[in-house]
Design a protein around this ligand. Structure first.
Ligand code: MG
Length: 167
């Protein structure tokens, strides 16, 4: 029988991975605030932080973060087994799209508002998403999967907040 971590332990692990890749929970909360700003005047980033933490408390989200970071890191180091895949991921090929598909998995947990929010922030490239996108174009840095994961967590956190969901 395989031994797995508890959900809280995976959450700690996933948050450490995000921080290692230069993304703080505050960065994500700021993106979520941006998505909700039209509906709530004077909304503060701190008010979305709890929502971001709730989203990351879900196993599906933790595993998506782990998968995304690992694929980016392997592409960065040039250690993928499939070199054709490595080229697609490393170059953030426009027609690849599997980075977005992984991110949809997070949005799908929080309904249609999460999905439309994700599409919006993916196009707008706000805050940390813009930074990841620009950084990822540099030689030896790959954020192909991470920018979408961060956008999806922000979109999910904003949707969760909008619905006043507890989960
Ligand atoms: Mg991407």
């Amino acid at each position: 029988m395989e031994e797995f971590l508890q959900s809280e332990e995976y959450a700690t692990h996933a948050i450490a991975l995000l921080e290692d890749r230069g993304v703080s929970l505050e960065d994500i909360a700021e993106c979520a605030r941006y998505l909700q700003a039209d509906y709530h005047v004077d909304l503060r980033t701190e008010e979305l932080l709890d929502s971001v933490k709730k989203v990351i408390s879900k196993r599906e989200v933790q595993f998506a973060i782990m998968t995304a970071v690992e694929l980016d890191r392997q592409a960065e180091k040039g250690t993928m087994v499939d070199k054709e895949l490595e080229n697609l991921v490393e170059s953030d090929a426009p027609l690849y799209g599997t980075d977005e598909v992984l991110a949809y998995g997070i949005c799908n947990l929080y309904g249609s508002i999460a999905l439309t929010n994700f599409g919006f922030i993916d196009k707008k490239k706000y805050g940390v998403i813009d930074r990841l996108n620009r950084e990822g174009k540099k030689k030896g840095i790959c954020h192909t999967f991470l920018d979408d994961i961060v956008g999806a967590i922000a979109a999910a956190a904003a949707s969760r907040f909008a619905h006043r969901w507890e989960r």
